[in-house]
Design a protein around this ligand. Sequence first.
Ligand code: GDP
Length: 528
Amino acid sequence: MNAFKEIETRRTFAIISHPDAGKTTLTEKLLLFGGAIREAGTVKGRKNSKHAMSDWMEIEKQRGISVTSSVLEFMYEDYHVNILDTPGHQDFSEDTYRTLTAADSATMLIDAAKGVEAQTKKLFKVCKMRGIPIFTFMNKLDRQGRDPFELMEELENLLGIRSYPMGWPIGMGQSFSGVYDRVEKKLELYNPNNPKEIDVISLTGPDDPLLDEAIGDPDLVSQFREELELLDVAGDEFDLEKIKNGELTPIFFGSAISSFGVQTFLDHFLKLAPAPTSRASSNGIINPFEHQGFSGFIFKIQANMNPAHRDRIAFLRITSGKFERGMSVKHVRLGKNLKLAQPTQFLAQSRSLVEEAYAGDIIGLFDPGNLRIGDTLVTGPSFEFAEMPHFSPEHFAAITVKEALKHKSYEKGLHQLTEEGAIQLFKTYNRFVEQQIVGVVGVLQFEVLEHRLKSEYHVDIQLEKLPFSFARWVSGPEKEMESFKKNQRNLVTDRDGRIVALFDNDFQMRTAIDKYPGLQFYENSFIK
Ligand code: GDP
């Protein structure tokens, strides 16, 4: 295969959902279709196996949530599919944002009984910021859920996106009989006694008598026909351009647990979802189909993924060109060359060495500490990809180490977690005794911090929660800055020495902004 074809067949996407909507289940089924894993966990006993696949850390097992994003890749027909698993918990929107910078599209998974939940909404907003195409999978149709029209309406109203159902369900819960594929005019029949057996019937259209025969229940069939007609008359039209711009989401219906509708989703998705897309850089737009040289950026750093050997892995999204093991690349920020000798790819828990990879792929690089989130690696003329914002933390705590003797390990651990972007570390500004302050986007990250310092660095810490809820990076003319630094309370510096003001509440923040009209207060820093 030539490089063009290799890139063209890549699909790199993230799945976003509220916890328990079925993301793990759907991911497992997708991997099954790709033949990447032999047997996905079944309902029975899957609680044991569930976290073996994509969740790494002990705390995830304890809490039953996915704290870090992982990457899974598999082949399906001619496609090379990369799934980025985004953290589902509300506390990790920053990590999610970074993961989404590596994705070219997203799939939003919704529990049909619950509709759009809080976390779906939050993650959707992050997708929207990226402007990527968004696909929707309405899950758990085997259970009684909400009316499909109601679900569509809620999705459109709450999220501000138009929708186009690619299929339409016949019945739900007890009466769930199948899904009609509006594009292919196919009927997929659901068999509750043996959900794994899926009959697919080709029809001439929704009025085909074969449908009556296959479903058997005249009431269900006439309701289905009425609904479909309503959809054809009153619904949005299919519009690929709008899908590409993230203005229209194709909706699929199914039941991940019984693999129902999953293959149909995959088939349509792979055709509609974009191949690796362009990224903005200091040298203009880098289009993978035009730019010959290798380039990529680091979007995630994870340490100690395997407790058996200490390691630090930087995740690189390849944005153009071809990667070959052992190749030498330029680390643009440090202005030096790096040899990429031991790259890994992630599939389930086994890691394999990557010999070659192309634009769209994600590889893990063993890193002794050279790489940071946002770093660009290139061959040929240098350029850097656009910076990644660092969100304003919403929770703050003063942090101290319990045993002074362990100070060195403590500093090392804090440094590592800061580089990973798991926490933001600040120092009090101009105080007699300097104090370290940790900022996080969600409170759960405090627990992660405590747990990881203890298990990976054998350090006990003390966290004293502080009343702040906002951080603003402040800059402006020297004279005004001097006056600000002298008079404003609760100033800290970030790891690059920039001045950051902390506020208890919105009112306090507004007051400061009004008082210093010559200064700028930024909500995001840049991780550089
Ligand atoms: P995650 O938290 O989003 O990863 O969700 P899981 O994949 O762990 O699923 C949460 C629960 O929903 C589990 O008990 C699954 O067995 C169940 N589940 C997932 N998909 C379906 C489905 O299609 N139908 C039904 N009835 N249950 C499902």
